[in-house]
Design a binder for this molecule. Structure first.
Ligand code: AFP
Length: 343
């Protein structure tokens, strides 16, 4: 018999299933009960079901428009509706979620029978204008604590600053499906293995690099930007080898895809306020807040105009904000240049 020279690594949990990770309490939020794990499992279930629909979309006649518009006045894709219904049905099932606010719905839905515990904000299928051309799309979500003893949930319970979230995450339906999750202490990514039918931990304790090499902004909007944003966009394209400029430009037009790349490789994603969208385009509660929560937990930064995204006090469910997320140094440089301070 030959001696076994292989000793398993004892610290890394890479390769663990999402279920094991959740069961071992790795996602326990401060003050959370066991119901939190159950809620995460329901989100993972929805991610699996949506993955199946996205992967077979071209074959199953679910590509294309429904003919309706959502609350943002945007065309609703069939897969938008499917993702929304799948997520809500999954969240309703265990009784731990008292209500959901979705990009697809004018008002939140409340689950009267739910014992409570949490509220969920979501963009069930972000980047849906990319669906028909097989570009990466995603599901974004944020989880807020909710105490049913204080009475039934109302719209007001959703209008809380992002720093109060218990957890946030997204699922990217890209070349593989990856679920990224944080409770504010460690950002972890789980990759879906369709042959095993499981999410496996693939990226443990993601740290957004302190500085990157790529910038991401819709350059087609430059005629609508402020002078400050234009100065920054010129600066980032100037050549200066000492700080790695010019940066490369990458822009998918699907927030989940642009944010995922920025989180892993570093750099900066910007959707500023401009003359067409004076408050910015992206939605505070279910796009900017979850992304900001993830970036900060990974050591990056997130700004909405001059303030931290997570400190914005929401006044409306579908409120828009300017958004800057990315590597700490890249966001700092952006802030200085936009405000006329030399870097
Ligand atoms: P859709 O969901 O309508 O495709 O919008 C995607 C999105 O909300 C976000 O995912 C992108 O970052 C952003 O809009 C892209 O907007 P522009 O097309 O104006 O660059």
């Amino acid at each position: 018999m030959t001696q076994n020279s292989w000793t398993p690594p004892d610290t890394s949990r890479v390769g663990a299933t999402l279920e094991t990770f959740i069961l071992e309490g790795m996602f326990t939020a401060p003050g959370a009960s066991g119901t939190f794990s159950s809620l995460l499992n329901q989100i993972a279930l929805a991610a699996k079901l949506i993955t199946a629909r996205v992967r077979s979309a071209g074959l199953a006649d679910v590509l294309g428009l429904t003919g309706a518009e959502n609350v943002q006045g945007e065309s609703v894709q069939k897969l938008d509706v499917i993702a929304n219904e799948t997520l809500i049905a999954s969240l309703r099932r265990r009784g731990h979620c008292a209500g959901v606010a979705s990009e697809e719905l004018v008002d939140p839905v409340f689950f009267d029978q739910a014992r409570g515990g949490y509220l969920v904000v979501t963009d069930p299928l972000d980047g849906s204008s990319n669906i028909d051309v097989d570009i990466s799309i995603g599901t974004i979500f944020g989880i807020l604590r909710f105490d049913r003893k204080a009475g039934p949930p109302t719209l007001q319970h959703f209008l809380r600053p992002g720093r109060e979230m218990a957890a946030a995450g997204y699922v990217i339906y890209g070349s593989s499906t990856v679920l990224v999750l944080t409770t504010g202490q460690g950002v972890h990514a789980f990759t879906w293995d369709p042959s095993a039918g499981e999410f496996f931990l693939s990226h443990e304790n993601i740290r957004c690099p302190a500085v990157g090499k790529m910038y991401s902004i819709n350059e087609g909007n430059c005629g609508r930007w402020t002078e400050g944003v234009r100065s920054w966009a010129t600066w980032i394209k100037d050549t200066d080898k000492s700080d790695g400029r010019p940066y490369s430009h990458r822009y998918v037009g699907s927030l989940v895809a642009d944010a995922h790349r920025t989180l892993l490789k570093g750099g900066i994603f910007v959707y500023p306020a401009d003359t067409k969208s004076p408050n910015g385009k992206l939605r505070l509660l279910y796009e900017a807040n979850p992304m900001a929560f993830i970036f900060e937990a990974a050591g990056g930064k997130a700004l909405a105009g001059k303030q931290r995204v997570l400190d914005v006090e929401p006044t409306e469910l579908h409120q828009r904000v300017p958004l800057v997320i990315g590597s700490a140094q890249d966001v700092d440089n952006y802030e200085r240049i936009v405000n006329g301070i030399d870097v």
